[in-house]
Design a protein around this ligand. Structure first.
Ligand SMILES: Cc1ncc(COP(=O)(O)O)c(C=O)c1O
Length: 381
């Protein structure tokens, strides 16, 4: 691993996670059992949801949510282009067509409801919104347009565990909410995902599809609850393991305190950058989310890469969230996209930098990042 002085992200794993793994190893049962059931119950309760279905990763969560909500050939789903490619891939893997929508702007990078509305066609069945960096999308407007046009709403809440909008947990507001527990997320199990859905039939479909469309599991047969199974729909092996579910339980317990810490660090970044008067700012001012990413937007695109180089030179790791999905080679070729199709997101993508952020980051480390940013702009051409 690169020896960054300040890495982009870091995990908080400790005694509780070690004990959780030991407990599973001692149990002798490694897949889809009690730990998965308990993790699902605890996650649903933490969100005020009626039920949750754990899956192998966040992409699987999105894929199964799409399938359970009827995405297939001839169906269009509107997705933001400024997201991780998995959001769009989930629609395409389901046989549907992802139709890309633009971002609102530099103060709010999430999907623009007005652009969503413009892209609705007779084939549109739903919208997938992404709570970018863990901040709620414009939910009032999205719920209203989905309601008016009879569309489903999937929330890609990969960045947003523990965040809420209008007193409701993100991921519980639309027809389905999908989470990722990948190794850099606010709660991490290495690989892992979760689907929330209000409608029990949608949850049942996700449960069925995560294990080959089989009507009973090895766990049911081991416990003597079943002795045979049928296959009633073409499904996948998207099962979570007991090990990842067991890791998820202490990670979930730590989430509120960790999110609070992340938000405090973002506010420190913001205050320092404002005070320094640099030609860059952080979006989502005045909003509270999960604190997943500390995003900086430079005023001039030509400063972006030299600033990243200056930070790397000081041992500070940065990243980019995200290159617009419609400009990836596959999406250009398969869907005929070209530069200029989604101008707001394309402009933002040239100006964004993700700065280091993790719950164990110290205020002094935030200051060290800001010192380097300020020094860059003092000497910038
Ligand atoms: C916005 C978004 N959606 C979906 C995913 C996919 O999750 P996973 O990597 O667990 O498959 C990720 C993260 O990796 C993500 O950031």
């Amino acid at each position: 691993m690169a020896a960054w002085k300040i890495p982009l992200s870091d995990l908080q794993l400790g005694t509780e996670e070690r004990e959780a793994v030991d407990r599973v190893v001692e149990s002798g049962w490694l897949t889809l059992g009690n730990e998965v059931a308990e993790f699902e119950r605890e996650f649903a309760a933490s969100c005020g949801a009626e039920g949750a279905v754990a899956v192998a990763n966040g992409t699987a969560a999105l894929h199964l949510a799409c399938l359970a909500l009827g995405v297939g050939p001839g169906v269009e789903v509107i997705v933001p282009t400024l997201t991780f490619v998995a959001s769009a891939n989930a629609v395409a893997l389901s046989g549907g067509r992802p139709v890309f929508a633009d971002s609102i702007g530099p103060d709010d990078l999430s999907i623009d409801p007005a652009d969503v509305e413009r892209r609705i066609t007779p084939a549109t069945r739903g919208v997938m919104c992404v709570h970018y960096a863990g901040y709620p999308c414009q939910m009032d407007a999205l719920l209203d347009l989905c309601d008016r046009h009879g569309l489903f709403l999937i929330e890609d809440a990969a960045h947003a565990p523990g965040a809420s909008w209008d007193g409701r947990a993100l991921g519980t507001i639309g027809d389905a909410g999908c989470f990722s527990f990948f190794g850099n997320k606010n709660m991490s199990t290495g690989e892992g995902g979760m689907v929330l859905a209000r409608d029990p039939q949608v949850r049942d479909q996700v449960r069925l599809l995560r294990s080959h469309g089989m009507t009973t599991m090895s766990w049911d047969r081991y416990r003597g609850h079943a002795s045979a199974y049928d296959v009633v729909r073409l499904g996948f092996n998207y099962r979570p393991s007991e090990l990842t579910a067991a890791l998820g339980r202490p990670q979930l317990a730590k989430l509120p305190a960790n999110n609070e810490r992340r938000n405090a660090l973002i506010e420190r970044y913001r205050a320092r950058l404002d005070a320094d008067g640099v030609a860059a700012s952080m979006p989502f001012r005045g909003q509270v989310g999960s604190g997943h990413l500390a995003v900086l937007i430079v005023a001039r695109a030509e400063d972006r890469d030299p600033l990243r180089d200056a930070l790397a030179g000081a041992g500070i790791q940065t990243s980019l969230h995200y290159p617009p999905v419609h400009l990836f080679d596959h999406y250009r070729t398969a869907y005929g996209h070209a530069t200029g199709d989604l101008p707001v997101a394309e402009d933002l993508a040239l100006r964004i930098i993700t700065l280091p952020l993790y719950p164990t980051m110290t205020p002094e480390q935030v200051d060290a990042v800001c010192d380097t940013v300020a020094a860059y702009f003092e000497g910038a051409p």
